[in-house]
Design a protein around this ligand. Structure first.
Ligand SMILES: [Zn+2]
Length: 418
């Protein structure tokens, strides 16, 4: 049974006893229609990773309309709006990512069907952007003044090859952020507080190459070396706890013009991840040893020339662990219970929270949807059929508000500090 500490319980009780907080929570519920409308507006401004400019410009305008006059786009393309506090508290970041995994031309309006909004990217993570706007309106309407400054940020390059790039740039630029809240989960019931570490590498095997018949036996074959490496990697064993994975996701060598040639080069791409730092180091070592051994074996098989390999990292997701009783996690737990949602500790993830957690900043990733039944839990995220459940969606905004205020502190509520 998960037990929240007395300290955090007391602070939470103080928070929800404040009339401004009750007023802000009520505002959020009544703001649902406007929030959904902005979600639908933003999703139609397409923003594939690396092409977030148009959506960023629209989002800046919306933030300005919410009273943050100096909202801006920073050199990394991130949208940054600061809501100043009294100046005696921590700096709190709350963010959603601007980019989606869909190429331009994928979104053709928003369809409303069976209680869902349907459009590619409607949830992930367009919903989070709309939530930030609703939060700002609610805090202003209720006259909420926090101790610390709150940074409302739309980040770029979270997805795919972006590898959390916008968040990395933001936290490099803002080394004084004390607490980080990412809104990038579907179901608000899940509290993600650990960060899976991951890397993606491209490995090239190269040699001289030659004729498939006349050069056979005279030279080592790079493509065969690559295949040996994949076979060895396929046999690596990893623990199930902490969850650790590896996947050769791409294998390429040769071409149709050279079907009777010993290809001079072959490449593989491999992704590996772990929730544990030691386990991550171990799987990485095993993979690299397998690759080196494969080159050596293929070379030794023919003894005539050498297959060499070059290793090049193409993506890196930092990670780390946090205590499940970190104040932020406990605050999220209490928030959910208060809103009548059964909390779940969803231990790990690969989101922008990883970047903060890896830097030792208290951070969590929380959900953007209210999903009380099985149907509402199914979202088809990252597919063209992506959908978002509308009923009760405001509850996810309320939850974000409660965590945000616990983190930034106000009146009788001591803030969470680093
Ligand atoms: Zn996302």
């Amino acid at each position: 049974m998960y037990q929240v500490s007395d300290n955090i319980s007391k602070r939470f009780a103080n928070l929800v006893a404040l009339p401004q907080v009750q007023q802000a929570l009520a505002f959020v519920e009544h703001d649902q229609e406007r929030c959904i409308a902005q979600q639908c507006e933003l999703v139609q401004i397409e923003a594939p990773t690396g092409q977030e400019g148009k959506r960023a410009a629209a989002f800046v305008d919306m933030l300005r309309a919410c009273g943050i006059r100096d909202a801006k786009i920073d050199p990394a393309g991130n949208v940054v709006a600061i809501r100043h506090g009294k100046g005696n508290g921590p700096k709190v970041l709350v963010e959603g990512h601007l980019d989606t995994v869909f190429p331009l031309g994928s979104v053709h309006g928003v369809e409303k069907r069976d209680g869902f909004l349907c459009a590619p990217g409607i949830g992930d993570d367009t919903r989070a952007l709309a939530m930030l706007l609703s939060l700002l309106r609610a805090m202003d309407a209720a006259g909420i003044e926090t101790c610390g400054d709150i940074y409302f940020v739309g980040t770029t390059r979270e997805e795919g090859m972006g590898s959390l790039g916008g968040m990395k740039d933001f936290l490099t630029e803002h080394t004084d952020i004390d607490v980080s809240i990412s809104v990038d989960n579907h179901n608000m019931a899940g509290i993600v507080y650990q960060a899976t570490i991951g890397e993606t590498w491209e490995i090239s095997f190269s040699g001289v190459g030659g004729h498939a018949f006349t050069d056979f036996g005279k030279i080592a074959q790079p493509l065969h070396a690559a295949a040996r490496a994949v076979a060895k990697i396929a046999d690596i064993t990893v623990p199930s706890t902490p969850r650790t994975s590896f996947c050769v996701s791409n294998f390429h060598g040769g071409n149709d013009a050279g079907i009777h040639a010993i290809a001079s080069e072959a490449t593989i791409k491999i992704n590996f991840r772990s929730d544990g730092e030691a386990e991550f180091a171990a799987v990485k070592k095993a993979i690299f040893e397998a690759i080196d051994a494969a080159c050596a074996e293929e070379t030794a098989r023919w003894g005539k020339n050498t297959v060499v390999c070059s290793k090049h990292m193409v993506g890196s997701i930092p990670g780390g662990t946090q205590d499940c009783h970190a104040p932020l996690v406990e605050a999220a737990w209490l928030g959910l219970q208060y809103l009548g949602v059964e909390p779940e500790l969803a231990a790990s993830g690969c989101t922008n929270a990883n970047v903060a957690i890896a830097k030792g900043i208290p951070a969590i990733c929380i959900g953007r949807a209210y999903a009380p039944d099985d149907a509402a839990k199914i979202t088809y995220t990252h597919s063209l059929d992506e959908r978002y459940p509308v009923e009760g969606a405001y509850k996810a905004v309320q939850q974000t508000l409660l965590i945000l205020l616990m983190a930034a502190g106000m009146d009788t509520v001591e803030p969470i500090v680093r």
